[in-house]
Write a protein that binds this ligand. Structure first.
Ligand code: ATP
Ligand code: MG
Ligand code: MG
Length: 369
């Protein structure tokens, strides 16, 4: 409650909010930042609320750079949306500046705050309870990609260095195996071998970007269902939110990661591996939605690598779980012993299943280009 006091006494006065403060409450289901809704009463207009967020500076150590990314990307989106006659306050995030004209307010205890216009009559769904939500999520991320296709991605800050650099991730993995800090390497030889056998895959996208064979693009890097606001009346994905991890990268990172967790038939830490597979119908639902929006802005090489990207991102994720398991579970929070090994194994099962279904995935992609 101390935070709510601080919001009331200090933070709300720092931003260009319209009206008189009524109250603030914790809002939404985010896990990274602290998110609040703040409510204001106005003389002649209806009351209004805003989103207020304390940026998690333990994860994002350069909040200023992060905000520059968000401002750059949302300004670009706003221009495009207005050109197309859209409602920019609904279809992209709109930052509320501070009274001093900044994007961040540093509070008296060193916390960093930002505010957004509140997108009303829309919901962040936590799970795909209807398949249409998955297709609509794909369309929204595809649309985001299309509108940003001409954005100079190399001007973005890399807010988390080497986020999807699979070559570096392999190096960290091999280091963890060699150091064997938790004394677990001997017990996971089969798993270690699985990733080492696929080391060449780890270099494909990184090398292609370096050689200019794949374009550097604005990537979202957290393409979960609950990072899209969906219209309460139509279920359409209207706005991509949570832009903290926007960075220069490859469109393949976002597509592949969406398939990795969105098309899987089981939880990420499922212990019964017979339940774990990559559902081709879900793959098709996402691919259809994504390509209907982004298809025309992608290069032939990007399209060719879409099925591979699902495997690559799953490989990367599984290897990160195994790396953390070898290091003694210092990065991914665990709720039971060996959970990171269980997570690694589901990803391995998915990789194997994707290898088996690779041709089918190519056929599906070909249907929608
Ligand atoms: P994550 O755990 O996904 O990284 P996060 O902590 O980074 O989340 P956000 O996703 O930015 O936080 O926001 C948390 C929640 O707040 C969203 O899921 C959504 O419900 C709500 N929210 C964020 N921005 C807005 C907005 N502009 N309008 C309405 N609701 C919003
Ligand atoms: Mg979020
Ligand atoms: Mg986030």
């Amino acid at each position: 409650m101390k935070m709510l006091e601080m919001i009331k006494n200090e933070i709300v006065n720092a931003f260009l909010f319209d009206g008189d403060f009524i109250y603030a409450e914790p809002f939404g289901c985010g896990h990274i930042n602290a998110t609040y809704a703040v409510y204001f009463r106005r003389e002649t207009k209806p009351p209004v609320r805003y989103i207020l967020q304390a940026v998690n500076t333990a994860i994002f150590t350069d909040p200023q750079g992060l905000m520059e990314n968000i401002l750059g990307v949302t300004s670009h989106l706003r221009k495009k949306i207005l050109e197309q006659g859209g409602d920019a306050q609904r279809e992209t995030l709109t930052l509320i500046p501070t009274r001093n004209g900044n994007l961040l307010y540093e509070d008296s205890e060193g916390g960093f705050w930002r505010s957004y216009h509140f997108i009303e009559n829309a919901t962040c769904h936590q799970s795909v309870d209807r398949p249409v939500l998955f297709t609509n999520a794909a369309k929204a991320f595809g649309h985001f990609q299309k509108l940003l296709a001409d954005y100079p991605a190399d001007t973005l800050h890399e807010t988390i260095a080497g986020f999807h650099n699979t070559v570096d991730r392999y190096a960290l993995f091999e280091k963890a195996v060699a150091e064997d800090k938790a004394g677990r390497a001997a017990s996971v030889e089969k798993e270690v071998r699985f990733f080492l056998d696929r080391k060449a895959d780890g270099a494909v996208v990184v090398d292609a970007i370096a050689k200019g064979q794949l374009p550097l693009r604005v990537t979202h890097n957290d393409t979960k269902l609950n990072n899209i606001m969906m219209d309460n009346d139509t279920d359409e994905g209207i706005c991509v939110i949570d832009l903290d991890t926007v960075m220069p990268g490859s469109v393949l990172y976002d597509f592949g990661d969406s398939i990795r967790f969105g098309a899987s038939t089981a939880d990420e830490d499922e212990r019964d591996l017979s339940l774990v597979s990559m559902d081709l119908e879900l793959f098709e639902a996402y691919t259809a939605g994504f390509l209907s929006e982004a298809g025309s802005s992608l290069t032939a090489e990007e399209i060719r690598l879409l099925p591979f990207s699902a495997k690559l991102l799953t490989l990367e994720c599984g290897m990160r779980f195994l790396t953390d398991y070898l290091n003694g579970d210092t990065y991914f929070r665990i709720h039971r012993e060996h959970q990171n090994l269980d997570r690694c194994r589901t990803q391995m099962k998915l990789v194997a299943d994707m290898e088996y279904k690779m041709e089918d995935m190519h056929k599906i992609v070909a249907k929608y280009v």
